[in-house]
Design a binder for this molecule. Structure first.
Ligand code: APR
Length: 262
C-alpha cells in the first residue's frame, strides 16, 4: 500500500507534510479550502485550479526512485501479489510494474474522460492544453475533459474492489509513504489476517500504528522511505539486483530520450 510519500524522493510534493505538502501551497488558487482542488463539485464550478496543479504533476517530468524499483523487483521475483497505490503520478507504471499487478486507487493521468459526453481519451491527448494552461475541451461536444483522477465525491475504480480479495491472501503487507488519512484506502491496512506481519516504512507513525492497537507482528521502520527500503533490500540481500535494475531502466530511458531527441 503506497502514498505520496514514496514519490517525494522523485521531486513530487506530497499532500500533508507541514510546509512542503501540496495542501499548504495552494494559496495562489484562491480555493475555499485546500481539498476543493480535488472535489468534483468544485471542479464543475471552476476546473482551472485543478488544471494549473495538473500542469505541475503531469507525467513525463519525473522518474521513479528506489522505492518504486523495489516493488518492481518484488514483482520480477514473483513476490508481488498486488500494489495498491494512491498516487496519480504514474511512477509505478514507469518503473515497469505491470498494470495487472497495480491498483491505482485514486485514478491516473494515463486516461481521461469528457465530463459531458463521456468520450474517453489518452492522457497524452490533453498534455499540450494542460502544459499551455488551457482547459482541455472535447472536440466532439466541447465539454471539459477531465483526467481519470478520482475526485472526492467520485466512485473509486472498479479494480479497487475487484482485488480487495488479495488482502486476506497476503502473507506480508508493506505500507509506504502514506498518512493513511483517506478512506476507503486507509482501512485496507486492517484487511490482512491478524497473523500477517504489517511493515510500515514512513517518516512518522500513522493509522493503526499510532492508535496503540499494534499487532504483535507489526513492524515500523520510521524515517526516509528510500533509506528504509534500502535497509530492507540490504537485509534480504537484494541491494545489487536493485541497483542493477535501476541502472538498466535509467540506461533504457536515456537511450529513448537520445533517439527521440535525434
Ligand atoms: N520518506 C518517508 N515518509 C515520507 C516521505 C519520505 N521521503 N515523504 C513524505 N512522507 C510521509 C509523510 O510524513 C506522510 O506521513 O508520507 C505521508 C504522505 O501523506 P499524505 O501527504 O497525506 O499523502 P497520501 O497519504 O498519499 O494522501 C492520500 O489524500 O488528498 C488525498 O487523493 C489524495 O491520494 C491522496 C490521499
Amino acid at each position: 500500500m503506497a502514498g505520496a510519500g514514496i514519490s517525494t524522493p522523485s521531486g513530487i510534493p506530497d499532500f500533508r507534510s507541514p510546509g512542503s505538502g501540496l495542501y499548504d501551497n495552494l494559496q495562489q488558487y484562491d480555493l475555499p479550502y485546500a481539498e476543493a482542488i480535488f472535489e468534483i463539485d468544485y471542479f464543475h464550478h471552476n476546473p482551472r485550479p485543478f488544471f494549473a496543479l495538473a500542469k505541475e504533476l503531469y507525467p513525463g517530468n519525473y522518474q521513479p526512485n528506489l522505492t518504486h524499483y523495489f516493488v518492481r523487483l518484488l514483482q520480477d521475483k514473483g513476490q508481488l501479489l498486488r500494489m495498491y497505490t494512491q498516487n496519480i503520478d504514474g511512477l509505478e507504471r514507469l518503473a515497469g510494474i505491470p498494470p495487472e499487478r497495480l491498483v491505482e486507487a485514486h485514478g491516473t493521468f494515463a486516461t481521461a474522460t469528457c465530463t459531458v459526453c463521456r468520450r474517453t481519451y489518452e492522457g497524452q491527448d490533453l498534455r499540450l492544453d494542460v502544459m499551455n494552461g488551457t482547459v482541455p475541451k472535447c472536440p466532439t461536444c466541447k465539454g471539459v475533459v477531465k483526467p481519470d483522477i478520482v475526485f472526492f465525491g467520485e466512485e473509486l475504480p472498479h479494480n479497487f474492489f475487484k482485488y480487495i480479495r488479495d488482502f486476506p491472501l497476503a502473507d506480508l503487507l508493506i505500507i509506504m509513504g502514506t498518512s493513511l488519512e483517506v478512506e476507503p484506502f486507509a482501512s485496507l491496512a486492517g484487511a490482512v489476517r491478524s497473523s500477517v506481519p504489517r511493515l510500515l516504512i514512513n517518516r512518522d507513525s500513522v493509522g493503526p500504528f499510532t492508535w496503540g492497537t499494534l499487532r504483535p507482528t507489526d513492524v515500523t521502520q520510521l524515517g526516509d522511505v528510500v533509506s528504509g527500503v534500502g535497509a530492507l533490500a540490504q537485509e534480504i540481500g537484494w541491494t545489487q539486483e536493485l541497483e542493477a535494475l535501476m541502472a538498466q531502466v535509467n540506461r533504457r530511458q536515456k537511450n529513448k530520450n537520445n533517439s527521440s531527441a535525434s
